[in-house]
Design a protein. Structure first.
Length: 406
């Protein structure tokens, strides 16, 4: 295992981002950061993680070079770094980083931080473990972008994953960019974008809210949130009366793991709690759905979460769009999304437009919850490229939403 000492600071220069010449924030090395340890290929990066206490968010703890993916130029890394929603709380998080082949631009590689959709809460559900859930922006590595992808806290590392805990997930999305900048031989510019789908759309919205305070040395040029959950209090209450119930179970269990005063027994019957406990750290999202399939509306809920404290308040803390964010925002949704109804991103648009934040919303007639990601990829890619180029951001505030450009 080889320790590598790294550090960061900020300056500004005129540089060429992929396809465009623009002013770019540069973040080469500067302040002391504890040495990161290289884990040999074939060894277990996840075993016995080091303590995160005393580190600053985004500190790279471990990294592992992986074999390049077939047909994918550049290098691929697993990383372990520190994050934490509160200033006095640090925890270990894992993820992946893809770096383009060749020499970086003079100012460093621009970066996209990808926030993945729901996989579950068990450690083996972490995308970086199996490498079978690649980031949607991954093709942009060939365009000259580093793509960093967090697993989120509790996925791949000890502790229960705090599903839809906005501050925790959003922090990990921002902090992995800082960690990626500490990989040996990897030079990042100070500019990055955030892009997420479903759970990741929710995380992306919180990353946007946290970026200025969390990572003032870097510039968030834009955020893409595809099918982000919102209206959490009421939607969770409704989901508990329907099938599948996995989304509600993941959310409630994740909150309870972080807030001891939030008791599942105030919300759910003992049999449902037992089913969750037996499944949530062993199986992925589908297994949680199956474990709760026998519970209907009348035999699962003790009291609705939108009517019980501290649940009501804690869910409100994870409601997206309530706080001003940094930079332009693109919301993407499909009218026929049956998993996350499109009204949720409409509510977010109303909140951000109400504060005068540059917001564009694309509303497609088809694609559902998952298909809309691929359907809108070419247009979303161009929107991201335009943000790095510094072009004016279009907005649909005060206007009807239109489908994504073809």
């Amino acid at each position: 295992m080889t320790p590598v000492s790294t550090s960061t600071s900020t300056s500004t220069s005129t540089s060429t981002t992929p396809g465009n010449s623009t002013t770019t924030t540069v973040a080469p090395a500067a302040t002391a950061i504890p040495s990161a340890v290289e884990i040999p290929g074939g060894a277990d990066l996840y075993a016995d993680p080091p303590p995160a206490a005393g580190t600053t968010p985004g500190t790279l703890l471990r990294f592992q070079r992986l074999d390049p993916l077939p047909g994918a130029p550049g290098s691929l890394w697993r990383v372990m770094y520190t994050s934490g929603a509160a200033a006095d709380v640090s925890e270990v998080v894992t993820g992946m980083v893809r770096v383009p082949a060749g020499a970086p631009p003079a100012a460093g590689w621009p970066t996209i931080s990808w926030a993945h959709g729901t996989t579950g809460s068990a450690d083996h559900c972490a995308p970086s473990r199996a490498l079978d859930y690649l980031p949607v922006p991954d093709p942009m590595v060939a365009d000259g972008f580093v793509v960093a992808s967090t697993d989120y806290p509790g996925l791949g590392t000890p502790g229960l994953h705090p599903y839809l805990d906005g501050a925790t997930e959003g922090s990990s999305v921002v902090d992995i960019v800082e960690a990626a900048a500490q990989l040996p031989g990897v030079l990042l510019s100070g500019d990055y974008a955030v892009w997420g789908h479903s759970q990741g759309g929710h995380a992306a919205l919180f990353a946007r809210e946290l970026a200025a305070s969390r990572s003032p040395q870097r510039r968030l040029v834009g955020t893409v949130a595809i099918a982000p959950p919102a209206l959490l209090r009421d939607s969770l209450t409704a989901i508990l009366t329907l099938q599948p119930k996995g989304f509600a179970a993941l959310t409630l269990a994740g909150i309870a793991s972080r807030h001891p005063d939030a008791r599942l027994s105030d919300i759910l019957v003992p049999e449902a709690i037992s089913a969750i406990d037996q499944t949530i750290e062993k199986g992925c999202k589908l297994h949680v759905d199956q474990a709760l399939m026998l519970f209907g509306a009348s035999n699962v809920v003790v009291a609705p979460p939108n009517a019980v404290e501290p649940w009501r308040t804690l869910l409100d803390r994870s409601e997206p769009g309530m706080t001003a964010g940094t930079g332009p925002l693109l919301l993407v949704h499909s009218v026929d999304d049956r998993t996350v109804p499109e009204v949720m991103s409409a509510v977010v648009k109303g909140r951000t437009c109400g504060r005068g934040e540059p917001t564009l919303r694309w509303l497609n007639a088809s694609g559902g919850h998952s298909g809309v990601v691929g359907d809108t990829y070419p247009a979303t890619r161009q929107w991201v490229l335009d943000r790095f180029a510094g072009l004016p951001a279009p907005t649909s505030c005060g206007s009807p939403d239109s489908p994504s450009p073809r």
